[in-house]
Design a protein around this ligand. Structure first.
Ligand SMILES: *Cc1c(COP(=O)(O)O)cnc(C)c1O
Length: 229
């Protein structure tokens, strides 16, 4: 009878509201992005019918394929949250409203070069590596400010804030506290860059308490992801 997708969505939105309320925040100021990676385009259509406006993808090919398949669907903002190669910047820029995973100057330059005449500015977040493993995605905390200054100098990009994925094996709150410090470092370079993209299915409540403005929630809403390596 009830659509399980709709009830999971409603349940998550209730938990978002409760977590926001617990720290005196207004849930209306929090953007809940549904990450639909590995699922078919049809899921995005169903989510859209349920009122979802913000959808996330972490692979360029999948992002572009879904946008093409859903060309008749309006009112969806696509968020790119994955690792991007510089030679894919143009394809991503063509469809994404926000890129959450900017982590190096060369990639920023590629997005800048991909801007067409009259294109709106592309909203970007600096992804910060919250682990002590340099092989992970994201810029090192010590380099956030320098990268932000570089990106702020590119006219077709707008630095909106930071993005982070909580480290495995530590309390999410500790990761999000680190990210909050990077957010501050960023604002010392770009004062109006206030977005904090943090929190996934397993830790979005902690992220809200720590000040997240954008949540990237997959499986808790979509259900288990189909396997795709
Ligand atoms: C897949 C993904 C998510 C969502 O993960 P879930 O645990 O399914 O909520 C969030 N952020 C990024 C960068 C992802 O790749």
């Amino acid at each position: 009878m009830t659509d399980p997708l709709g009830s999971r969505l409603a349940d998550i939105d209730e938990r978002i509201a409760a977590a926001a309320g617990s720290v005196g925040r207004d849930a209306a100021e929090i953007c809940r992005i549904v990450v639909t990676k590995f699922h078919g385009a049809e899921l995005v259509r169903r989510l859209s019918a349920l009122g979802v406006r913000d959808v996330g993808e972490n692979r360029q090919q999948e992002l572009n394929a879904k946008v093409d398949e859903l060309h008749d669907l309006t009112g969806v903002n696509w968020h790119f949250v994955g690792q991007a190669q510089t030679n894919k910047a143009r394809a991503i820029r063509r469809v994404a409203s926000v890129v959450h995973s900017l982590d190096r100057a060369r990639l920023a330059d590629a997005f800048e070069a991909a801007a067409g005449p009259g294109d709106p500015q592309l909203d970007v977040l600096i992804q910060v590596n919250l682990t002590d493993d340099a092989g992970r995605g994201g810029v090192a905390e010590a380099d956030v400010r320098e990268l932000a200054e570089h990106v702020a100098g590119l006219p077709s990009l707008r630095v909106r804030g930071v993005m982070g994925v909580a480290a495995v094996g530590v309390a999410p709150a500790a990761s999000f506290a680190r990210l909050a410090r990077s957010a501050e470092a960023l604002r010392s370079a770009v004062p109006d860059a206030r977005w904090i993209s943090a929190g996934m299915s397993g830790d979005f409540e902690e992220a809200i308490v720590a000040g997240a403005t954008h949540l990237r929630i997959g499986t808790a809403i979509t259900g288990t992801r189909p396997d795709r390596g």
